[in-house]
Design a protein around this ligand. Structure first.
Ligand code: NI
Length: 175
């Protein structure tokens, strides 16, 4: 199994919209498996297809990874063509993104969401999540619409991020 490269900010592909999944075939199944493998060697809980350069509307996640002793595979789920159909409440909590490594910031999200989509066999599913799970759903579905968590920050926080990012880039170039 080979790992996929996770695109990093400011890669322009991260700002593109994904297309709905139409063919649920062997190519897609292979892509899903590779995304799980890539997730398991990274420090994340979820991974959206555009983050590995695949502009199709789906994401994978595994809540088995959030425990102190992570159990990869214990809670692996893929949702194709996901859509948020219900939201309730809100919560501000810290969030990170595999495409913006090392950066964590508090983001306001709906506390509970219901997502409608398809499983990897193409069967319709509805999954409800709250807290961290709801946050993950909103974060990954944003990726499918070319939206990064930076868009949810106040202008001040975004400016601070951009300044730090430019500085780090300059330092890396000088090395
Ligand atoms: Ni992300």
């Amino acid at each position: 199994m080979s790992y996929l490269e996770i695109l990093k900010y400011p890669d322009a592909q991260l700002l593109e919209h994904s297309q709905p999944v139409v063919n649920i075939d062997g190519v897609l199944q292979h892509q899903i498996d590779q995304m799980f493998e890539t997730l398991y060697v990274s420090q994340g809980l979820g991974l959206a297809a555009p983050q590995v350069g695949c502009l199709q509307s789906f994401f994978v996640y595994d809540l088995g990874l959030q425990e102190e002793k992570p159990k990869p595979g214990a809670g692996r789920v893929v949702i194709l063509n996901p859509e948020i159909v219900e939201t309730e409440g809100e919560e501000i909590a810290e969030e990170g993104c595999l495409s913006i490594p090392g950066y964590f910031e508090r983001v306001n999200r709906a506390y509970r969401v219901q997502v409608k989509g398809l499983d990897r066999e193409g069967k319709e599913v509805r999954i409800e999540g709250e807290g961290l799970t709801a946050r993950l759903f909103q974060h990954e579905i944003d990726h499918l619409n070319g939206v990064l968590m930076l868009s949810h920050l106040s202008r001040l926080k975004r400016d601070i991020f951009l300044r730090k990012f430019k500085k780090q880039k300059k330092q890396a170039e000088l090395k």
